[in-house]
Design a protein around this ligand. Structure first.
Ligand SMILES: Nc1ncnc2c1ncn2[C@@H]1O[C@H](COP(=O)(O)OP(=O)(O)OP(=O)(O)O)[C@@H](O)[C@H]1O
Ligand SMILES: [Mg+2]
Length: 323
């Protein structure tokens, strides 16, 4: 297989992309019937990124990664991987891309290692050394001889990632790799993402669990209803204005009042029905005083560390406000 591989130099040659751009998506759109599953997306993934592609259920994440991997054809727009247009140059590009999209097919009666061996045959043979390396990388070195049916869900997910890594791709696309995992499984998955990044891989990871991935991602694109809401470095998104979390009765009325103020336009209610809002002058006491003057008594007020979920709510609220 190595003979078929172009060098990085060659693969960058036909490109107008900078050396740092691994994937570029422009005006990407997929329409099913009347539904715009993916609507005019633009974003770029750079070498070494752990790039989060984030959004709630139905946002268009799987549709997008399936287009990027060449499994379905875009209605319009373009995808460029390492300088090559997809899906036109799928054959040239695929040696550089590994993907875990939807539930992987594993042989439950075979060991983890024999699963790799079976897939390896399909790739024209993979060395024992390479299998050892990927099994260690995904943390399955000590369980490689056990049958897959004895594996936890997290172990199966990691084995599937090992399969995606067998041919040593530069770009790895993982669609919801933490789906269904318990907290310990999520921590292991997070560690694996860091190891992949340390190995020099570029990782695109989709997730609806915004707060889970904010800890591992360098940059994120947030999507909702097929549309891009923002693409930015995580630090940049989290470093905005301080927000406060206020517990109070008649929170919906308070929200309406706060949203009418210049400083409160991006306020929202969280899942618990608490008011989450910036404060006048950025000061909690000024917020408390404002609410008090309006007849609201705050039972609790705390500065909330911004997380991506709040950023998402603020951004979607302010977009709705713009209409
Ligand atoms: N093959 C299809 N035919 C028709 N509609 C589709 C098809 N695939 C996806 N859709 C629709 O496109 C939209 C985006 O779906 P998609 O699966 O990409 O979302 P997602 O962000 O991956 O969601 P989830 O978090 O639930 O996995 C949804 O409204 C979905 O119903
Ligand atoms: Mg999906």
């Amino acid at each position: 297989m190595a003979d078929n591989l172009l060098t990085m130099q060659q693969i960058n040659t036909p490109s107008t992309l900078s050396n740092e751009t691994v994937l570029r998506v422009e005006h990407l759109t997929k329409i099913y019937g009347e539904r715009r599953a993916v609507d005019n997306l633009d974003f770029e993934v750079r070498r070494g990124d752990i790039f989060g592609f984030l959004g709630p259920n139905g946002a268009g994440k799987t549709t997008t990664v399936r287009m990027i991997f060449g499994l379905i054809t875009p209605t319009s727009g373009s995808i460029n991987i390492l300088g090559y247009a997809m899906p036109t140059h799928r054959a040239q590009v695929l040696p550089y891309v590994g993907a875990l999209i939807e539930t992987p097919a594993l042989y439950r009666h075979l060991s983890g290692r024999d699963n790799l061996r079976a897939i390896g045959y399909g790739l024209g043979g993979v060395s024992e050394k390479r299998m050892d390396a990927v099994l260690d990388l995904v943390g399955l070195g000590t369980r490689a001889k056990d049958r897959v049916r004895t594996y936890s869900l997290g172990m199966k997910q990691r084995l599937a990632i090992a399969i995606a890594l067998l041919h040593d791709p530069k770009l790895i696309i993982l669609d919801e790799p933490a789906n269904g995992l318990d907290p310990a499984g999520i921590v292991e998955m997070r560690d694996l993402m860091h190891r992949l990044s340390a190995e020099g891989k570029t990782v695109l990871i989709s997730s609806h669990m915004l707060n889970e991935v904010q800890q591992i991602c360098t940059r994120v694109a947030i999507v909702n209803q097929g549309k891009l809401i923002t693409v930015a470095a995580v630090d940049e998104l989290l470093g905005g204005t301080d927000v406060f979390l206020v517990k109070l009765e008649r929170a919906a009325e308070a929200l309406a009042l706060v949203k009418a103020q210049s400083w409160g336009a991006r306020a929202s209610l969280n899942a618990q029905g608490d008011l989450v809002t910036p404060a006048p002058n950025g000061r909690g006491q000024d917020l408390n005083a404002f609410l008090g003057r309006a007849g609201f008594i705050a039972a609790g007020l705390a500065q909330a560390n911004q997380d991506l979920e709040q950023v998402f709510l603020h951004l979607t609220n302010s977009m709705a406000g713009d209409k």
